[in-house]
Design a protein around this ligand. Structure first.
Ligand SMILES: [Zn+2]
Length: 224
């Protein structure tokens, strides 16, 4: 199957500068999952759709998750214009993206997300996707650096933010913090978060997650 068949152009209007541009998306009907890592990175037989999750306006530099791209509000638009657009060298990420280009889009979204005071959960997710893209590119050191950043943001989210209205709950998040801690070699922290996960009532109601947490707890123990 050629890349031409998988990808299509989506037309987007930038909510900051009103410029119209196109950005690639992958047809979901073409997606075939090959395997899933224990920290939820899906590998595909096709291009990985995470490469196209971030929309970047080529005109003003505004970059954000597709799901949030249009949600930017008035005062935030001012922040982007002052801090991003004024320094933006026009660049177009609307074509087929290499992993490195995809990483650049997430890094742009991360900088803007921090300025717009996005939730720690969202910033953590952005860092996690950067880590995943480095994994797909077999750049282990950079992957680890971003898994640490993601893990730390997720701990802050777990301790200080409401997860309602997100695709995350306490069980899944505590499991993920455990698994990221395991991957960066912090065994004690990993075991403690897997225990947190296993002690939650909500985990007992989610048998698949419960067994993943047990399995990864055991794996962490065996790594002694
Ligand atoms: Zn724009």
């Amino acid at each position: 199957m050629s890349e031409k068949d998988e990808l299509f152009d989506k037309k987007v209007e930038c909510p900051v500068c009103k410029h119209e541009f196109t950005t690639k998306k992958i047809r979901s009907s073409r997606l075939r999952i090959e395997k899933r890592d224990e920290d939820f990175l899906n590998h595909y037989t096709t291009e990985n759709p995470i490469k196209y999750n971030i929309f970047v306006c080529p005109n003003c530099g505004y970059s954000s998750w597709e799901s949030k791209f249009e949600q930017i509000k008035g005062d935030q638009i001012g922040i982007v214009i002052d801090n991003i657009s004024s320094r933006w060298n026009p660049r177009d990420f609307g074509g087929i993206r290499s992993n490195m280009e995809a990483i650049e889009t997430y890094k742009l979204a991360l900088v803007i997300g921090m300025q717009l005071e996005c939730t720690k959960l969202e910033l953590g997710n952005t860092c996690l996707n950067i880590g995943w893209l480095y994994r797909l590119d077999k750049k282990r050191e950079e992957e680890k650096r971003f898994l640490i950043l993601a893990r730390d943001k997720f701990i802050e989210a777990y301790n200080t933010e409401s997860l309602s209205g997100t695709n995350m709950d306490e069980s899944k998040l505590s499991y993920l913090i455990g698994e990221l801690s395991r991957r960066i070699g912090e065994r004690e922290t990993a075991l403690s978060w897997f225990n947190t996960c296993l002690n939650l009532t909500s985990t007992r109601l989610n048998p698949a997650l419960d067994s993943m947490a047990r399995e990864q707890w055991r794996k962490t123990k065996d790594e002694e």
